[in-house]
Design a protein around this ligand. Sequence first.
Ligand code: GLN
Length: 235
Amino acid sequence: GCQSSGGGSQTLTAGTAPGFPPFEMKRDGELVGFDVSLLEAVVAKSDYELSGWDELEFKSLIPALNNGNVDVVAAGMTINEKREEAIDFSDPYYSSNQAIVTREAGSFSPSSLDDLDGALVGAQKGTTGESVITEQLVETGTIEASAYKAYGNYVLAVEDLLNENVDAIVIDVPVANSFVGDRPITTAFVYETGEQFGFGIQSGNEQLASALNGGLTAVRDDGTYQELTAKWFGQ
Ligand code: GLN
């Protein structure tokens, strides 16, 4: 929760869901990634202080904001109207579309959502990747509801893809690029969703929103944002 300290600055507990490289992941037991570095840099530009990180499942992050267990979420979270009914967002800090990832070997190489007819398709629970599956594949009748496999974490979805328990997964493009790496999986095609990631905060916390937005402007202006994208995305 938010607490005032003697110096007049307020401490923030951040929430995230590791297993979403390169935005947030565990490396030698330590939480690292673009979101982690970016939020720390942004908060350092403000009057707030970051007291620590809570690691949760992605679908628990909005509830954690709402019950006050965390003050700010940095989790590659897409800004959308449905979520804005429950929480507020900072200004956008990264753009994404959805990748449809399949195994490299084999005859299954879809190039459109229609080609997923009859496939087993996975995503992480509570994500916009899941929404693509439910809204564009299940509701359209391209796949049965039972052909959607929901995972607590994208790491488990990728493992199931490698183990041939699922035929394709729907996942944010920059994260797909990170998972593909040297694994025998590939982005079969990209479904354009035009998503923008923002930091999630409690509804109506305008003071924190303007502090985060000011911090985002400051890290863009002083080159920190560029350094962090180069470090974590190699661009
Ligand atoms: N960008 C996607 C979403 O907001 C996925 C985020 C994630 O899995 N961490 O739902």
